[in-house]
Design a protein around this ligand. Structure first.
Ligand SMILES: C[S@@+](CC[C@H](N)C(=O)[O-])C[C@H]1O[C@@H](n2cnc3c(N)ncnc32)[C@H](O)[C@@H]1O
Length: 209
């Protein structure tokens, strides 16, 4: 399986039809969390099965991973979890998908691909225009969670989000995790690997004002 795909390739220009929240979930009125770059979705399976009072939506650019995740959702009959294939930037910029951003209570970007070379920075998920799009459509009070083990990437993401004046960083020490999408602080696969190897993790939470 290819580890990296170029999100700017034409292959991702066309956005698949995204069903309404009513079609995605058994109870579309539950709080909605979106995980961008969810890989095979293991984290979202753990979240969805332990927090049945939330709906979870994952977007991932590697098609095979999403095919398998969708199959697993059907086999296990999980009603609060849905996966979408494609480039998250294209999907969330598409006017037909605006309802997703309008309805999310929170978004997570866990260990996004760093794209280390400067000429590849434009492949990173977080871009100024993308953050503007989120800021124009997200509800007041909704949250963005970012996490990475790459210091430079963290600084870049933190700078880009903080530059948008509608997002304010929250002091994590005072944050009440029990009310968020991940009350038990479940870890992603990359996070487990990083912790096992004792690498540093950089993370922030931002509230939309
Ligand atoms: C380093 S992995 C981290 C996976 C998972 N979030 C974790 O913490 O274990 C980054 C994931 O983001 C996906 N990805 C990268 N760019 C993307 C984009 N523009 N849209 C959707 N997914 C993307 C990659 O294919 C990969 O699965």
């Amino acid at each position: 399986m290819r580890q990296h795909v170029n999100p700017l390739s034409n292959n991702f220009d066309e956005v698949e039809r995204i069903p309404s929240l009513n079609e995605m979930f058994d109870n579309f009125k539950l709080d909605l969390h979106l995980d961008i770059g969810c890989a095979a979705g293991d984290y979202l399976f753990d979240l969805a099965t332990s927090n049945t009072n939330w709906n979870y939506l994952g977007i991932e650019i590697r098609a095979k991973l999403i095919e398998k995740a969708k199959l697993k959702v059907r086999e296990r009959e999980i009603k609060n979890l849905y996966f979408v294939f494609g480039n998250a930037n294209n999907i969330l910029n598409d006017s037909h998908c605006e309802f997703i951003i309008k309805n999310v209570k929170s978004i997570s970007l866990n260990f996004p691909d760093p794209w280390f070379k400067k000429r590849h920075y434009k492949r990173r998920v977080i871009q100024t225009e993308f953050i503007s799009k989120l800021s124009n459509s997200m509800q007041e009070g909704s949250l963005i969670f970012i996490k990475t083990d790459v210091r430079d990437l963290f600084e870049y993401m933190n700078f880009t989000i903080s530059n948008n004046l509608t997002f304010k960083e929250i002091d994590k020490k005072n944050f009440n995790y029990s009310e968020c999408f991940n009350p038990n602080k479940i870890k992603t696969n990359r996070e487990k690997y990083v912790l096992k190897n004792r690498f540093e993790i950089f993370e922030s939470i931002y509230r939309k004002f």
